[in-house]
Design a protein around this ligand. Structure first.
Ligand SMILES: [Zn+2]
Length: 333
């Protein structure tokens, strides 16, 4: 048993409380490798932004769960070495799918876990979430739950059919389970292909897809039912078209990749939405930088030569999200 407090991490409770009251959102960035983690920490430390490091089941399978956990511990020390005296860093399990997995993370030093029972019948989601909350709260670990189903594919999470969260269920669900935050479905989606062309309109000038707007009416109804309760948005990458263009012009093929417009996420950040998950954008930044570097330097074979620019590009992206979209800069001085 390792307590996250011993390794300098924090849970989400105070951070979310301040974010809801302050009208901003905390970035939750996924990581599977060193360069990504370095870029996240450099951006957060430079801007003094609280940050959530997320590990998905896919990341655990790819990079090894123990190694990732120690990398997060190293990240706290790295942040301090960059001059961030009191780093506000959460280590969070993304899309936990069983009690056993959540328990394992609590026992190994995570400060927050998500139990995703959203694909289960309502009563089973309640029972599973409650069981995780009871265990996690013994160790002051916070728990994110989910109601409603998002479309798209994220590591091992995928759904063909999405449906919005039903506002009439949220009071019953949060009071029965005791969860600390709630992921809802209002039209965001996992991956770099968030919408099918037939769900979108096309900008006649650029030929690019314009996605349907998020269901802010559902969000506002949920906020009315649960005043001040922390709400989470998954699948909130914006799929920057300059990265898609760079990837496509250097040998990639990502036709019609489309995400959530940043102005809608900016609006959501001002509401009870206090955690916004961004993964695909960082993957795109990394891929664009690597493709461009290798095309322009066919003689390069030292991974540091192409992963270095990729890390720079990801850092730029994270800083942009923190200051221009979520507004969390300067909130963890
Ligand atoms: Zn997700």
């Amino acid at each position: 048993m390792v307590s996250y407090k011993e390794i300098g991490l924090v849970n989400t409770r105070e951070m979310f409380d301040k974010a809801v009251k302050g009208g901003y959102a905390i970035p939750a960035f996924n990581f599977n490798n060193m360069e990504q983690l370095q870029a996240i920490i450099m951006a957060a430390a430079e801007l003094k932004s609280p940050v959530i490091l997320q590990i998905s089941k896919g990341a655990r399978n790819y990079a090894n769960a123990i190694l990732l956990r120690y990398m997060a511990e190293g990240a706290v020390q790295f942040a301090k070495s960059l001059g961030w005296e009191n780093p506000q860093i959460v280590l969070h399990l993304d899309h936990g799918d069983s009690f056993e997995l959540c328990k394992d993370c609590v026992d190994k030093g995570f400060s927050s876990v998500m139990i995703d029972g959203s694909a289960l019948p309502y009563d089973e989601n309640v029972a599973l979430t409650k069981k995780v909350v009871e265990y996690a709260h013994k160790y002051d670990v916070t728990v994110e739950a989910e109601l409603g189903v998002l479309a798209g594919v994220e590591d091992e999470v995928s759904a063909e059919e999405s449906h919005y969260t039903r506002p009439e269920e949220v009071i019953d669900f949060t009071s029965k389970t005791g969860c600390d935050s709630l992921a809802i479905s209002i039209g965001t989606s996992h991956g770099a292909y968030k919408f099918k062309p037939e769900q979108c309109t096309r900008d006649p000038k650029t030929g690019r897809l314009v996605p349907p707007p998020l269901a802010f009416d559902v969000l506002h109804e949920i906020e009315k039912k649960l005043p001040g309760f922390p709400i989470v948005l998954h699948g909130s990458s914006s799929v920057p078209q300059e990265y898609v263009d760079t990837i496509n012009s250097f040998g990639g093929r990502l036709p019609d990749a489309v995400g959530i417009p940043e102005e809608q996420l900016r609006e959501a950040s001002k509401s009870a939405v206090c955690k916004i998950n961004i993964d695909s954008d960082s993957r795109l930044a990394m891929t664009a930088a690597v493709r461009q570097y290798l095309s322009e330097h066919p003689d390069a074979f030292d991974p540091r030569k192409y992963l270095g620019p990729a890390r720079e590009e990801m850092k730029k992206l994270y800083m942009h999200k923190i200051t221009d979209v979520l507004g969390s800069d300067g909130k963890a001085e």
